[in-house]
Design a protein around this ligand. Sequence first.
Ligand code: C2O
Length: 563
Amino acid sequence: VASVAQAAVVEYTFNVGNLSISQLCQQEMIITAVNGQLPGPTIVATEGDTVVVHMVNESPYNMTIHWHGIFQRGTPWADGPAMVTQCPVRPGGNYTYRFNVTGQEGTLWWHSHFSFLRATVYGALIIKPRGGAKAYPFPVPDEEVVVILGEWWKRNVYDLQQEALHTGIPAAHADAYTINGKPGGFYDNCSAPNQTHKFELKQNKTYMLRIINAALNTPLFFKVANHSFNVVAADACYTKPYKTDVVVISPGQTVDALLVPDAGVAAAVGGRYYMAVIPYNSAVNAINASVLYSLTNGTAIVEYAGGPATSPPMLPEMPEYNDTATAHRFLSNMTALVPNRVPLAVDTHMFVTVSMGDTFCGPEQTMECNKNRTIFASSMNNASFILPNTTSMLEAMYKGSIDGVYTRDFPDTPPIVFDYTADASEQNATLKHTFKSTKVKTLKYNSTVQMVLQNTRLVSKESHPMHLHGFNFFVLAQGLGNYNETTDPAKFNLVDPQERNTVAVPTGGWAVIRFIADNPGVWFMHCHFDAHLEFGLGMVFEVQNGPTPETSLPPPPSDLPQC
Ligand code: C2O
């Protein structure tokens, strides 16, 4: 008889504070980190458990923590995005996050949701099946390994964000890509070996990698020399086993993959191989394509026991930085492991453009503003999202006083229909002017929402990782070009579509998602590139209360931080 663990309470304390660290041949610099670790602590829970995290803010910045991918059913006050579900915790303050991990299992993660601080305030959140590893719907691995991909900045990321905000110029790309917090030996000669993460594997054992992209702004190609992968889950949802030699992963996404060594590799003693990432950047006019590509690999070393062998590690052959064909194949070929219960009747249809590079005419909020004052902005359906600054949106919803906090007029369709994939210079200039607003789309409790997310090319062509808080959604179809509402619905997978919390909307293309709004609250949807979120690439769903107290907003916890 299989023994099944009782649901438990797993409890952690997160002290967020300064960490002095040296990377990339630099002098020590101060970063913000949890419990003095980079990446921060891994939370491990079992499906059905209650997770309690006491967050103590000893950093000089405002702070919140978001539990990326957690449904937060009945616990909307624990979701974490600053000014959406809570006011941030001030320096010296604290807040306890309390939520259940029921009805979900796999690899998720947590990160700061204030300014750009998630660059260093992040960690893994793993939910094991209630029946233990033997309940996995794939061959049980001997060991599991967390692989967190990130970015490293040679400067203070809070300053970086403030600068972007005040100049209106998006932050430049990172100085390095990291694996488990370390950039690896390819950037500077002085950085090896203690700046290279090493994974020590035993002969003839099987390993599952829990891969998380925690980078601020970069989708990544991920490979291990002389190994391939059998992908078994993405965003904590099981997939049909998918064999590939490259994993494509956007900020916010996770991939669980069994590591498959080439013949002879797993049995050999002391073999050493590089694990490597390079950016996937599809912007045709990527200003810094050459710089970006010269950064090339963030690396780690995979070493089999008995080593190290004297030979240097093997490097994997990486795709080109703009290899959209490879990215699109990986992202669109996956399906759910078993048929999903996709809701077939849609209550709310939305068609939403996802744009980077619209200009915003400063605080005047008028189309006639001085062209010399235009700055970058991003938008969805030409609305550029800005956070409120007096109270959180969830408190406003709960108290029923939203005036001055948000408005309920997020548009279901773009103001003008145009050729979304045409070159920027051919676009209607009107669309490049957008206005800062805090618009929500209000949804009836339990309604089914379908959203077509259409990338535009108003300035540049990029794949935007769109993340929805509070829900998973089904990705019914993805394609390149303009979405065609007559012919494309025939391509919908209504049987076993992949389920995700973050979809990489293809560059110059579209994705269609569907979800059931069965959790009252305010739920952020945004591009998981912080550089784009900063400029307004987001919107919020307000899900109304259901008919019973159990399906209505609970009162806020007594320690909810005040603005
Ligand atoms: Cu992982 Cu709103 O973010």
